[in-house]
Design a protein around this ligand. Sequence first.
Ligand SMILES: [Zn+2]
Ligand SMILES: [Zn+2]
Length: 169
Amino acid sequence: MQINVSQLLKEPIGATRDYQVSEIVDVTGDGNGRKVQGEIRLLRTHRGILVRGVLRTEVELTCSRCLTVFNCPVTLNVDEEYIPTVDVVSGVPLSSPEEPGPFIIDEHHVIDLTEAIRQYSLLVIPMKPLCREDCAGLCPNCGHNLNQGPCGCPLKEVDPRWSELSKLL
Ligand SMILES: [Zn+2]
Ligand SMILES: [Zn+2]
Protein backbone atom coordinates (compact mmCIF):
# COMPACT_ATOMS: atom_id res chain seq x y z
CA MET A 1 0.00 0.00 0.00
CA GLN A 2 1.90 2.99 -1.26
CA ILE A 3 1.22 6.72 -1.22
CA ASN A 4 3.33 9.30 -2.97
CA VAL A 5 3.87 12.26 -0.66
CA SER A 6 6.21 14.42 -2.75
CA GLN A 7 3.64 17.23 -3.01
CA LEU A 8 2.76 17.12 0.68
CA LEU A 9 6.46 17.26 1.64
CA LYS A 10 6.74 20.57 -0.21
CA GLU A 11 3.86 22.05 1.73
CA PRO A 12 4.17 23.88 5.06
CA ILE A 13 4.04 22.09 8.41
CA GLY A 14 0.44 21.36 9.29
CA ALA A 15 -0.72 20.63 5.74
CA THR A 16 -2.87 17.52 5.49
CA ARG A 17 -4.17 15.01 2.98
CA ASP A 18 -7.01 12.60 3.61
CA TYR A 19 -7.13 9.22 1.95
CA GLN A 20 -9.78 6.56 1.70
CA VAL A 21 -8.07 3.23 1.87
CA SER A 22 -9.46 0.14 0.23
CA GLU A 23 -6.71 -2.19 -0.85
CA ILE A 24 -5.63 -5.78 -0.76
CA VAL A 25 -2.60 -6.18 1.46
CA ASP A 26 -0.68 -9.28 2.48
CA VAL A 27 -1.24 -8.43 6.15
CA THR A 28 0.33 -11.47 7.80
CA GLY A 29 3.02 -12.09 5.19
CA ASP A 30 1.64 -15.52 4.33
CA GLY A 31 1.00 -14.65 0.68
CA ASN A 32 -2.74 -14.21 1.19
CA GLY A 33 -3.99 -10.75 0.43
CA ARG A 34 -6.54 -9.27 2.81
CA LYS A 35 -8.75 -6.29 2.21
CA VAL A 36 -7.73 -3.29 4.26
CA GLN A 37 -10.24 -0.47 4.52
CA GLY A 38 -10.49 2.80 6.35
CA GLU A 39 -9.47 6.41 6.37
CA ILE A 40 -6.09 7.90 7.03
CA ARG A 41 -4.86 11.45 7.34
CA LEU A 42 -1.35 12.47 6.36
CA LEU A 43 0.03 15.45 8.22
CA ARG A 44 3.17 17.34 7.23
CA THR A 45 5.28 17.59 10.35
CA HIS A 46 8.59 19.22 11.16
CA ARG A 47 10.41 15.92 10.55
CA GLY A 48 8.31 14.21 7.92
CA ILE A 49 4.80 12.91 7.50
CA LEU A 50 2.57 11.74 10.32
CA VAL A 51 0.17 8.98 9.25
CA ARG A 52 -2.92 8.67 11.40
CA GLY A 53 -6.07 6.74 10.91
CA VAL A 54 -8.21 3.73 11.57
CA LEU A 55 -7.92 0.76 9.27
CA ARG A 56 -10.00 -2.38 9.36
CA THR A 57 -8.94 -5.75 8.07
CA GLU A 58 -9.04 -9.34 9.12
CA VAL A 59 -6.38 -11.87 9.96
CA GLU A 60 -6.52 -15.63 9.81
CA LEU A 61 -6.16 -17.18 13.25
CA THR A 62 -6.35 -20.65 14.71
CA CYS A 63 -8.78 -21.03 17.60
CA SER A 64 -6.85 -21.95 20.75
CA ARG A 65 -9.66 -24.27 21.92
CA CYS A 66 -10.96 -26.09 18.84
CA LEU A 67 -8.07 -25.47 16.43
CA THR A 68 -10.43 -24.22 13.72
CA VAL A 69 -8.92 -21.66 11.39
CA PHE A 70 -11.11 -18.57 11.29
CA ASN A 71 -11.05 -14.97 10.10
CA CYS A 72 -10.77 -12.49 12.94
CA PRO A 73 -11.68 -8.87 12.20
CA VAL A 74 -9.15 -6.41 13.56
CA THR A 75 -9.07 -2.63 13.85
CA LEU A 76 -5.73 -0.90 13.52
CA ASN A 77 -5.24 2.54 15.05
CA VAL A 78 -2.30 3.69 12.98
CA ASP A 79 -0.19 6.56 14.29
CA GLU A 80 3.29 6.66 12.79
CA GLU A 81 5.65 9.34 11.64
CA TYR A 82 7.46 8.66 8.39
CA ILE A 83 10.84 10.29 7.93
CA PRO A 84 12.17 11.32 4.49
CA THR A 85 15.44 9.81 3.26
CA VAL A 86 16.09 12.41 0.56
CA ASP A 87 15.33 16.09 0.38
CA VAL A 88 12.18 16.52 -1.71
CA VAL A 89 13.41 19.66 -3.46
CA SER A 90 17.14 19.05 -3.95
CA GLY A 91 17.15 15.26 -4.03
CA VAL A 92 20.09 15.25 -1.61
CA PRO A 93 20.15 12.21 0.72
CA LEU A 94 19.29 13.11 4.28
CA SER A 95 20.99 11.64 7.32
CA SER A 96 18.98 8.71 8.61
CA PRO A 97 16.86 9.27 11.71
CA GLU A 98 18.35 8.29 15.08
CA GLU A 99 15.90 5.53 15.86
CA PRO A 100 16.09 2.97 13.08
CA GLY A 101 12.85 1.57 11.80
CA PRO A 102 10.92 0.72 8.69
CA PHE A 103 8.94 3.93 8.75
CA ILE A 104 10.78 5.93 6.16
CA ILE A 105 9.73 7.80 3.04
CA ASP A 106 11.77 6.27 0.24
CA GLU A 107 13.89 8.08 -2.32
CA HIS A 108 10.85 8.36 -4.61
CA HIS A 109 8.92 10.13 -1.82
CA VAL A 110 6.66 7.14 -1.36
CA ILE A 111 5.24 5.96 1.95
CA ASP A 112 4.62 2.23 2.09
CA LEU A 113 2.02 1.40 4.72
CA THR A 114 2.31 -2.37 4.34
CA GLU A 115 4.91 -2.84 7.06
CA ALA A 116 2.99 -0.64 9.50
CA ILE A 117 -0.21 -2.59 8.80
CA ARG A 118 1.65 -5.85 9.48
CA GLN A 119 3.14 -4.62 12.72
CA TYR A 120 -0.13 -3.16 13.98
CA SER A 121 -1.94 -6.38 13.11
CA LEU A 122 0.53 -8.40 15.18
CA LEU A 123 -0.11 -6.11 18.13
CA VAL A 124 -3.87 -6.61 18.12
CA ILE A 125 -3.93 -10.39 17.61
CA PRO A 126 -5.16 -11.97 20.85
CA MET A 127 -2.78 -14.29 22.72
CA LYS A 128 -5.40 -17.03 22.88
CA PRO A 129 -7.68 -16.52 19.91
CA LEU A 130 -11.18 -17.94 20.14
CA CYS A 131 -13.33 -18.63 17.09
CA ARG A 132 -16.25 -17.48 19.21
CA GLU A 133 -16.73 -16.38 22.80
CA ASP A 134 -18.33 -19.67 23.89
CA CYS A 135 -16.27 -22.08 21.81
CA ALA A 136 -16.88 -25.56 23.18
CA GLY A 137 -13.47 -26.85 22.17
CA LEU A 138 -12.49 -30.40 21.33
CA CYS A 139 -13.48 -33.60 23.10
CA PRO A 140 -10.39 -34.57 25.12
CA ASN A 141 -11.18 -38.19 24.36
CA CYS A 142 -11.77 -38.38 20.59
CA GLY A 143 -10.81 -34.89 19.41
CA HIS A 144 -14.26 -34.19 17.96
CA ASN A 145 -15.09 -30.50 17.57
CA LEU A 146 -17.84 -30.06 20.16
CA ASN A 147 -19.08 -26.91 18.39
CA GLN A 148 -20.50 -29.31 15.81
CA GLY A 149 -22.48 -31.21 18.43
CA PRO A 150 -21.75 -33.97 20.91
CA CYS A 151 -19.38 -36.75 19.86
CA GLY A 152 -20.97 -39.79 21.53
CA CYS A 153 -18.08 -40.45 23.84
CA PRO A 154 -19.25 -41.81 27.22
CA LEU A 155 -19.43 -39.10 29.84
CA LYS A 156 -17.03 -39.25 32.76
CA GLU A 157 -19.86 -40.27 35.13
CA VAL A 158 -20.79 -43.89 34.44
CA ASP A 159 -23.97 -44.02 32.45
CA PRO A 160 -26.65 -45.97 34.40
CA ARG A 161 -27.35 -48.13 31.38
CA TRP A 162 -23.72 -49.23 31.37
CA SER A 163 -23.85 -50.17 35.04
CA GLU A 164 -26.90 -52.37 34.36
CA LEU A 165 -24.94 -54.02 31.60
CA SER A 166 -21.87 -54.61 33.73
CA LYS A 167 -24.10 -56.32 36.32
CA LEU A 168 -25.21 -58.79 33.64
CA LEU A 169 -21.60 -59.47 32.72
ZN1 LIG B 1 -13.00 -22.57 18.64
ZN1 LIG C 1 -15.44 -37.56 22.07
